[in-house]
Design a protein around this ligand. Sequence first.
Ligand code: AOS
Ligand code: ZN
Ligand code: ZN
Length: 384
Amino acid sequence: MATDIKAALRRQRIETPSWAFGNSGTRFKVFSQRGVPRDPYEKLADAAQVHRFTGVAPTVALHIPWDKVDDYADLARHAREAGVGIGAINSNVFQDDDYMLGSVTNPDADVRRKALDHLLECVDIMDLTGSDTLKLWFSDGTNYPGQDDIRSRQDRLAEALAAVYDRLGEGQRFLLEYKLFEPAFYTTDVPDWGTAYAHCVKLGPKAQVVVDTGHHAPGTNIEFIVAFLLREGKLGGFDFNSRFYADDDLMVGSADPFQLFRIMYEVIRGGGYDERIAFMLDQCHNIEPKIPGQIRSVMNVQEATAKALLVDGDALAKAQAEGDVLGANGVFMDAYNTDVRALLAELREESGLDPDPMGAYRRSGYPEKIVAERVGGAQAGWGA
Ligand code: AOS
Ligand code: ZN
Ligand code: ZN
């Protein structure tokens, strides 16, 4: 039993986001931390530390244009040398003045063209870096009733998505992200999983939905969405983070580790664990140090996964079939209440890693090295 669980945990891959390593904050203040990366190369070097100490974070998501470089093949080479690969390419059609009224859903055709050109450029970057996944998040929406035609905006969105879909090469896919609100406060053009799902179904197998755990109304049952999308073959991955209020982007598993466990259980139950489900982190470390913040997050995902793997499937199925409500719930809770930290420490030791990734990083000399070597670290690009 423990051997199976360890084997499954050894296969897990968690992707870190380049923007987690840069300075970040809220619209009130971006705090500067010492030693943060000054360019995409240094972000990849930091991400490589997360992989070095956890052994399960071998890819890094890029964000264009925050990670814009002249030579993407060279950036990918640098990543490989540092011990990591390039993961999803995140597009950005939200930071230019042109996008005030939307990007691909903007009423102005010139703005729509500009946004689409950026998305297509991101696919070019996938070709150059070897990335197989494009992540699409649109801040598009409206603030006031009547501001624009809700239905026409869906038509414009569908047109842009079809153009991107047609450009995807062999083995490439895009993940469409939804978000209830913010920055638009009245309508959002991709507000929920149903909207994302409907667009993806129309397009075909290379279009899937990505679930950002911070993008729902309070109280939403995210594991239900996971179970449903997996059953339909439309779950492409996760942007993991924690929320207390809105899109807080706090460390995954910090606000509600039980929810993370329930999500991971549905992933495993739905057969998604060994499919191409991308376990990505989408977080900002505004007040905590960034590399340890990422290491802790990776460990939190591992702990939730280990607990979900511990659910006794036979006992659960029996209790469910017998209508034994408390028995079934008990099987579930037994797994959740198991302390898996020793198991994970053992697993790391068996893989030649330090059993304590947080301590190992602290003792590695890397934190002091980056503070000494890097002056004037850059903002992640993410202010809010
Ligand atoms: C925005 O709220 C979304 O979560 C995005 O996935 C992401 O945070 C942003 O695009 C940074 O890449
Ligand atoms: Zn996200
Ligand atoms: Zn978000």
